[in-house]
Design a binder for this molecule. Structure first.
Ligand SMILES: [Zn+2]
Ligand SMILES: [Zn+2]
Length: 328
């Protein structure tokens, strides 16, 4: 055990991350210290890095798809246990949302890699009550994208109700996981990507999509629901146009460019638009049971921790096939 934490640090949004050695934080009640094995690179990290999300804690260690092992602290896990740390780092348990079982909407919530330090580091500290026990039979980098892309994708799929034909707008980390869960439930997948993103389209077909094409290609049939992962507001009216009456458009990202105005006719016919925010611990418990029962393969591009900035740049450019993961 060393006496500093080696991290990739965000000092100011808009500036590249830099390597830093930070003092090891003292553990508080209920906290565990974790040796990080892998940390996924989520689009939210990119939004924070680029200054598109308000008021991050600064300086900040990004990263909320953490897979690691318990070094010390807490009482829930034994030393050496494999744990996952998700986006929801803490919820108050007392506000209206928490009392209604919707801790994802907690007014006082703390978020990993946003309002507290996350996993772009060789060690991190987390509240053990918000961590998940993880299986031993898979590589850490393959598990990491499940912690946010998988979980938020799963919650988004729940919001799509019993829709059979699902359009996934943007086929990256979250969509490639949700496509597999949806296929296992007997649903059909239509993947829509940027024009010319042959990699993403071929990955979608490999994972069982009925159809893959560009967002402005004509779809072969109507959709029952659409899940939008790409942060582009113009996709909302486009997806409304693609869903049948009664269909739902689910916006899964934390940030999106402005939605252009559209004729009411697109919403008419009991179509609806919803956003999905954060996760609850119950989502995680259900999702990890599901993942154990359904084989879900994650496609990952691995980067050494020191190359976090290049991983973010590749994600920004839409060049990552599947999910990007930092390996320590
Ligand atoms: Zn609360
Ligand atoms: Zn995320």
């Amino acid at each position: 055990m060393h006496d500093v934490v080696r991290a990739q640090l965000l000092e100011r949004p808009g500036r590249p991350l830099r390597a830093a050695e930070l003092p090891r934080p003292t553990l508080r009640e209920g906290e565990i210290r974790i040796a990080v094995d892998a940390c996924g690179v989520c689009r939210t990290d990119l939004h924070i890095r680029d200054g598109e999300l308000p008021e991050p804690m600064l300086p900040l260690v990004l990263g909320h798809e953490i897979v690691g092992r318990v070094i010390e602290g807490g009482s829930r896990f034994v030393e050496g246990a494999r744990v996952g740390v998700p986006w929801l780092a803490w919820a108050c348990g007392r506000c209206r949302a928490c009392r209604a079982g919707r801790e994802n909407l907690c007014e006082n919530a703390v978020f990993t890699g946003y309002t507290r330090d996350g996993g772009y580091a060789d060690e991190t500290v987390a509240d053990e009550r918000f961590c998940f026990p993880l299986p031993e039979d898979r590589d850490a980098p393959e598990l990491a994208p499940l912690l946010c892309a998988g979980l938020i994708g799963f919650r988004s799929l729940r919001f799509a109700g019993d829709a059979e034909r699902i359009g996934l707008y943007g086929f990256g980390a979250a969509a490639h996981i949700v496509a597999q869960v949806a296929r296992a439930e007997g649903r059909r997948i239509f993947a829509l990507t940027r024009r010319g993103d042959d990699d993403a389209q071929s990955l979608a077909r490999e994972l069982g999509a009925d159809w893959a094409g560009a967002v402005d290609d004509p779809l072969p049939e109507e959709l029952d629901a659409a899940i939008i992962f790409a942060p582009a507001g113009e996709l909302v009216p486009r997806a409304l146009r693609a869903v049948a009456r009664g269909g739902r458009v689910v916006c899964a990202g934390i940030h999106m460019s402005d939605i252009p105005s559209f004729p009411y006719e697109l919403l008419w016919g009991e179509r609806s638009i919803a956003s999905v925010a954060n996760l609850t611990r119950a989502d995680g418990e259900e999702f990890f049971v599901r993942v154990a029962a359904t084989p879900v393969t994650t496609h990952v591009e691995r980067f050494p921790l020191a190359e976090a900035e290049s991983a973010l740049a590749r994600l920004r450019a839409g060049a990552v096939r599947g999910a990007a993961v930092l390996v320590t």
